[in-house]
Design a protein around this ligand. Structure first.
Ligand code: DGL
Length: 249
C-alpha cells in the first residue's frame, strides 16, 4: 500500500507520526507546499487551486490513497480533490468529528475548536458537531500557531505569550479539537495551559482510527518507506522529519 500525504508545510508530519506509529502503510510519499505555506489565511479558491496542483504532483507516484493532512484543505478543497483524483482521498475533519463524538459521551460537553482562519470560517467542524447534537462549542482561529510551528518554536516565550494571547479569556473546555495538523506539535503546551484537564483531539490519531474502521486494506507493516518532498527547500522538511519522527530520510 502506497499512501500520499499532503499538507501546506510541516504540520502534516504530525499525521505521518500517527501513520508510522500504527504501521499502516508500506510506502509513504509526503508533499509539503512549503513555498506557499500558510494556506489557512487564504481563501477557498486559492486553497483549491494549490491543492489541485499538489494532486498533479502525486500523479507521478501511483498512490493507492491520498490523505489530506491539512484541515484548511479538508475544509475547502476535499470535494475538488475527490473529483479529480483517481484514488480515494480522505480528509481529516470527518475523522476528527468521529473521534470527538467517541471521546465525549455527554452532548453538553464544552468543546473548543482551534484552527486556521480558513478552517474556522468554513464552519466545517461546527456544522458536523451540531449535526451530532453537540451544541456547546466555541471556535478560535489561532493562525499564529502555524508560523510558530513552521519556525520550530515548539516551546518557550513566543509560544507561551501566543497561548496567553488566544486563551486568556477562555474557560477550560472539556475537549479541544486541534483543527490544524500543525497544532499537535504544540499539544503539550496547549494541554498544560488548560491544566491538562481537557481531552485533545488530534487529526493524526483520528485518521488512523478512521482508516482502521473503514478500509479493509489496513494491515501492519514492519517498515514504512518514506519519501519527503516540498515545493521549496525540501532538505529543511526532511530535517524536520528526521527530528520529529526520528527516522532516516
Ligand atoms: N496544517 C494545516 C491545517 O491543518 C494548514 C496550516 C496552514 O497552512 O495555514 O490547517
Amino acid at each position: 500500500m502506497k499512501v500520499g500525504v499532503f499538507d501546506s508545510g510541516v504540520g502534516g508530519l504530525s499525521v505521518v507520526k500517527s501513520l508510522l506509529d500504527h504501521k499502516l502503510f508500506e510506502e509513504l510519499i509526503y508533499f509539503g507546499d512549503t513555498a506557499r505555506v500558510p494556506y489557512g489565511v487564504k481563501d477557498k479558491n486559492t486553497i483549491t487551486r494549490y491543492s489541485l496542483e499538489a494532486l498533479e504532483f502525486f500523479k507521478n507516484f501511483d498512490i493507492d490513497l491520498l490523505i489530506v493532512a491539512c484541515n484548511s484543505v479538508s475544509a475547502y478543497a476535499l470535494d475538488a480533490l475527490k473529483e479529480h483524483s483517481s484514488c480515494d482521498v480522505v480528509g481529516v475533519i470527518e475523522p476528527g468529528i468521529i473521534a470527538t463524538t467517541n471521546a465525549l459521551q455527554n452532548r453538553d460537553s464544552n468543546i473548543l475548536i482551534l484552527g486556521t482562519q480558513a478552517t474556522i470560517n468554513s464552519n466545517s467542524y461546527v456544522n458536523l458537531l451540531e449535526k451530532n447534537s453537540y451544541l456547546n462549542h466555541s471556535s478560535i482561529a489561532t493562525s499564529l500557531f502555524v508560523p510558530i510551528v513552521e519556525e520550530g518554536l515548539l516551546s518557550g516565550e513566543v509560544l507561551q505569550s501566543t497561548l496567553h494571547h488566544y486563551f486568556k479569556d477562555v474557560t477550560t473546555p472539556d475537549a479541544v479539537i486541534l483543527g490544524c495538523t500543525h497544532f499537535p506539535l504544540i499539544s503539550e503546551q496547549i494541554s498544560n495551559y488548560f491544566d491538562n484537564s481537557a481531552t485533545l483531539i488530534h487529526s493524526g490519531e483520528a485518521i488512523v482510527e478512521y482508516l482502521e474502521a473503514n478500509y479493509s486494506f489496513c494491515k501492519k507493516y514492519d517498515h514504512t518507506e518514506c519519501k519527503f518532498f516540498a515545493s521549496e527547500n525540501p532538505e529543511a522538511l526532511r530535517s524536520r522529519a528526521r527530528e520529529w519522527l526520528n527516522i532516516e530520510v
